[in-house]
Design a protein around this ligand. Structure first.
Ligand code: ASP
Length: 356
């Protein structure tokens, strides 16, 4: 495998930046030193596929496809399809938790590094694999984002099959939630109560092939019990996922509203472009998220009531994941196999404020 001089200089600078991580992160904010991340420092350890923790089967599948020569986006879309079609995963696709009216509305986006293209769908109903519809938007239209009924019409025209996505389990969870409605609905309460008790999930997956081609995808049923039409970060190119074939890829899961404001995936890739290692880039994104968080979502010590999870890999095959709070894991597949690794974090588990 050859590497040209410019790439060598860039990746060396990135590796050097990675070495100073603990000091610079700890100095940059009132945070504990980072630990737990298994950031790879071996250059050109490719291919690599990373994903959110629910993507263990998916990264294994995508890695196997890439090892056999598959396009990186085809591979990771096949990887996330496993979760989309799994009725037991209530954060995505079939069986995803519905909106407040009991309707499953799905969001997804993807990017293909080698051809610099993107596609996305939001508030899509009745189609279990929004990642494939997002890819179809990318492959067959001059557009990037289709939403709601237009996205569904497009999918049906492209031959996707409509199905009822609300499983019995998710319907019963929705009914249980409805039965407890009031303080936990999607309307802002104006009496100091904070309504953030919503489950989150989602799958983000990113890959770099042996030759350095990169792709990213994120797919979700979004925030459970959301207002109909609410769109999270997952289908927003630059927030829920982003890739640049000359630099790397990044994506997120967790509270989309917090991520959209910092364009987290784009920001992570830009930090890597400046020479930061994936872990350092993600920690700086997390710090930015907190700096941009509105007062009602922070406790007296400035700790957020929510969590957000970022994932990143660089063109040379280094990777990482970071969360606000200790305890997160993510999925990785490379020549050592598919496994879960611990995510880096800003704050210790015990610093997490009890949810109000
Ligand atoms: N990020 C997703 C959204 O805000 C939800 C999640 O990851 O759980 O829609």
């Amino acid at each position: 495998m050859s590497i040209d001089r410019r790439e060598f200089l860039r990746t060396s600078a990135a590796a050097a930046a990675g070495l100073s991580l603990t000091t610079s992160t700890a100095e940059a904010a009132d945070v504990l030193p980072v630990s737990g991340s298994q950031t790879s420092v071996a250059p050109l350890a490719r291919p690599v596929v990373i994903a959110s923790g629910n993507g263990l089967r998916g990264v294994a599948k995508a890695y196997e496809m890439i090892a056999k020569g598959s396009d990186p986006l085809d591979a990771i879309v096949a990887g996330v399809n496993i979760q989309e079609l799994d009725p037991e995963d209530q954060s995505v696709g079939l069986g995803g938790l519905p909106n407040e009216e009991g309707v499953v509305q799905l969001d997804a986006s993807c990017m293909h590094g080698p051809t610099r293209r993107a596609g996305a769908v939001a508030s899509l109903e009745g189609i279990a694999t929004p990642s494939l519809v997002a890819k179809a938007v990318m492959d067959y239209t001059d557009h990037i984002l289709l939403v709601g009924p237009g996205a569904k019409k497009f999918a049906l025209n492209m031959g996707f099959k409509e199905q009822d996505l609300l499983t019995n389990k998710s319907r019963q969870d929705w009914l249980r939630w409805k039965a407890r409605l009031n303080a936990n609905d999607n309307w802002l309460d104006h009496d100091d109560d904070i309504s953030i008790k919503f489950s989150t999930g989602t799958i983000n997956m990113n890959a770099v092939t042996a030759s350095g081609d990169i792709a990213s995808v994120t797919t979700t049923s979004g925030l459970a019990w959301k207002l109909p039409g609410r769109v999270g970060d997952s289908p927003i190119v630059g927030a829920g996922q982003y890739c640049d074939n000359t630099v790397g890829a990044a994506g997120s899961t967790g509270r989309g509203e917090a991520n959209i404001k910092v364009c987290g995936a784009f920001l992570a890739v830009e930090f890597m472009r400046q020479g930061m290692a994936p872990e350092q880039a993600l920690m700086k994104v997390m710090e930015r998220v907190i700096a941009m968080t509105e007062r009602r979502l922070l406790n007296d010590r400035g700790r957020p009531y929510f969590d957000l999870h970022f994932y990143a890999l660089s063109k040379d095959g280094r990777y990482s994941s970071a969360t606000a709070y200790q305890g997160g894991q993510f999925a990785v597949a490379n020549e050592k196999g598919a496994r879960l690794e611990d995510s880096a974090y800003l704050f210790k588990r015990e610093e997490r404020p009890a949810r109000r």
